[in-house]
Ligand binder design. Structure first.
Ligand SMILES: Cc1cc2nc3c(=O)[nH]c(=O)nc-3n(C[C@H](O)[C@H](O)[C@H](O)COP(=O)(O)O)c2cc1C
Length: 404
């Protein structure tokens, strides 16, 4: 049941099974520090009743942001602000993880025209330039940066970190035989392609305290021909388990194949449109001893409880419902509602909208929630999308001015 607590391998107990999955907030200032708006939205989410909150994409390296509004965690971070963020996120009794990430070739050219990546293969989207294939020394530095950010998160009062190994960022692209074309010890066999994620999990686990949660978000599949698939995914999950990871979250897709944030029409059955990655989860769950979290599409309590009862997952990750109603977990747990908000089902099909429109509408609404305490549900999908694009252009200009 979603209301049941769960004790993780490191002995830390989550009060229930509902997790706010990572959602990139675009609410950091021009120096990539948390703003009062970011802190306020985490306080609101903590009061909403979820057992665990995960921050949005938090880069370990300022030259490899996912966008200009990311809060970055490194030696330049304002640690008083970071501690305020952790404390706000825990104020309602939730645990909180910082999602540590390195964008790799998914770093916009306005941030860094030639980011390091696993190979020199460029992202097939506008706004991204040619990456540079990382050297051994670059990989060693990346591992060191994940460790440094995890230690900073621990000092600031976070309960743990989640290492972002999904959605096409550096660690996820290293797993893909399509993008990782290397012939050295970082490419070729699955063990070589998984080396970066495994080394990071090992180094972070060794550096932090035992009670500090170390989780990994992993793709079940990239959904790209010749990419990382679910057979390999289950094997990588087992490798990560051996490194002392406390749970694995599974998701799927990349920037080029954005499967994680799909929205399906009302015509499909509830089970078919919820739990996008649940079928893959079952195979992974049976291969693992540590808990599994599945994210993507869950909305009705019945589907969530059935997935836990059928041992397909231990934790239920949700994203978009937290933007529409930050109080929904408490309502779902008390039975006053039977399903989380699923506003995206009323939107036109993705093919009738500009690329990324639904995701960008939610990003704009996240800003409204943080600033005004509620989303602006009168805003059309296209207007919300355009407002987001403008917001990122302005944030990029501010960041460039500060860096100049
Ligand atoms: C606005 C927005 C931002 C997101 N940012 C991230 C992110 O920073 N890191 C991540 O792993 N997933 C990110 N996601 C994906 C979510 O964590 C989640 O996997 C996805 O929304 C599917 O879950 P849902 O159907 O409950 O929304 C984001 C999703 C949304 C809607």
């Amino acid at each position: 049941m979603i209301s049941h607590s769960l004790t993780l391998p490191n002995g830390i107990t989550l009060k229930n099974r509902i997790v706010k999955s990572a959602m990139s907030e675009a609410l950091a200032d021009a120096s990539n520090n948390p703003t009062p708006d970011l802190i306020a939205v985490f306080e609101r989410w903590s009061a909403g009743g979820a057992g665990l909150l995960i921050t949005g994409n938090t880069p370990v390296d300022r030259l490899h942001l996912e966008h200009a509004g990311n809060f970055a965690l490194d030696d330049l971070s304002d640690m008083a602000r970071v501690a305020e963020l952790a404390s706000a996120a825990k104020s309602g009794g939730a645990k909180v993880l910082a999602q540590l990430a390195h964008a790799g070739r998914q770093t916009p050219e306005a941030i860094n025209p030639h980011p390091i990546s696993v190979s020199d293969l460029r992202l097939d989207l506008a706004g991204y330039d040619d990456p540079v294939a990382a050297s051994d020394a670059d990989f060693a530095a990346v591992i060191g940066k994940f460790v440094r950010s995890a230690l900073l998160a621990q000092t600031a009062g976070f309960d743990g970190v989640e290492i972002h190994t999904a959605h096409g960022y550096l660690l996820s692209s290293a797993l893909s035989p399509r993008i990782n074309t290397r012939q050295d010890r970082w490419g070729g066999s699955l063990a070589n392609r998984a080396r970066l994620a495994v080394c990071i999990a090992r180094a972070v686990r060794a550096a932090v305290e035992r009670e500090f949660i170390v989780a990994v978000k992993l793709n079940s599949s990239d959904f790209q021909k010749g990419g990382f698939d679910h057979h390999d995914s289950a094997k990588v999950a087992v490798m990560l388990q051996s490194e002392g990871v406390d749970f694995i979250e599974i998701s799927g897709g990349t920037f080029e194949t954005p499967t994680a944030y799909q929205h399906t029409s009302k015509s499909r059955s509830t089970a078919a449109r919820e739990g996008y990655f649940l079928d893959y989860a079952q195979a992974m769950k049976s291969a693992l001893k540590i808990p599994l979290m599945v994210t993507g599409g869950f909305r009705s309590a019945d589907v969530m409880n059935a997935a836990i009862a059928a041992k397909k997952t231990d934790l239920i990750g949700m994203g978009r419902p937290f933007i529409i109603d930050p109080q929904f977990p408490a309502k779902l747990l008390s039975g006053s509602i039977t399903a989380a908000p699923a506003i995206e089902r009323d939107f036109p099909p993705a093919e009738d909208l500009p690329r990324g429109a639904v995701l960008n509408w939610f990003c704009t609404q996240l800003t409204h929630l943080a600033r005004n305490g509620r989303p602006d549900l009168e805003l059309s999908v296209v207007d919300g999308h355009e407002q987001y694009l403008e917001m990122i252009v302005k944030a990029t200009r501010r960041l460039q001015n500060v860096r100049r």
